[in-house]
Design a protein around this ligand. Structure first.
Ligand SMILES: [Zn+2]
Length: 169
């Protein structure tokens, strides 16, 4: 589909969801402001990030209708439900390194979370970036790190960027 809503991103990429497909949830946005928010996210944040890092960006979760958000266990007022957030990975660039570079480049974003969880199945960390952008109002440029290690039962969120995959002294 060539329905680009910014230079590098299509509406389809920001709406499609493996979980929605599995659960037969219709995750297509209905309201005009959701489309506008997704456009702002792609144009103001994702496009500049893509240009900065000069590598393909894959979106694992963008817009989530409330049914999908519940299925994924997302926060009730998650920015995903407004079309203001995307979970991404950048090809060939570690998520933590990408987060540092995005922050240093002064790209416009509301919240950037370097997310890390231990996968007991594979015995390794899974990392991704959550990044959001508000179409209207102030973008806070707030940075957080989330982590759920092998012995933790839930995600812990802390201010700032650090690499929780490395033992901290
Ligand atoms: Zn997210």
């Amino acid at each position: 589909m060539a329905d680009f809503i910014a230079q590098y991103f299509t509406l389809y990429e920001l709406v499609r969801s493996n979980r929605a497909e599995t659960l037969h949830i219709d995750n297509s946005p209905k309201e005009a402001h959701i489309f506008a928010n997704l456009g702002a996210l792609a144009t103001n944040t994702l496009d500049p990030l893509r240009k900065l890092l000069d590598a393909p960006v894959s979106v694992s979760s963008g817009y989530r209708c409330s049914t999908l958000n519940r299925a994924l266990g997302g926060a009730r007022d998650s920015q995903h439900t407004f079309g203001e957030a995307a979970d991404i990975r950048v090809k060939g660039i570690d998520c933590y390194d990408a987060a540092l570079r995005i922050f240093d480049a002064e790209i416009d974003f509301d919240q950037l979370i370097s997310e890390n969880k231990w996968d007991h199945k594979t015995g390794s960390w899974i990392s991704w970036l959550h990044i959001s952008c508000r179409r209207m109002g102030i973008n806070r440029r707030e940075v957080l790190t989330s982590h759920r290690g092998p012995s933790q039962s839930k995600m812990i969120y802390e201010r700032g960027l650090f690499d929780p995959r490395i033992e901290r002294a």
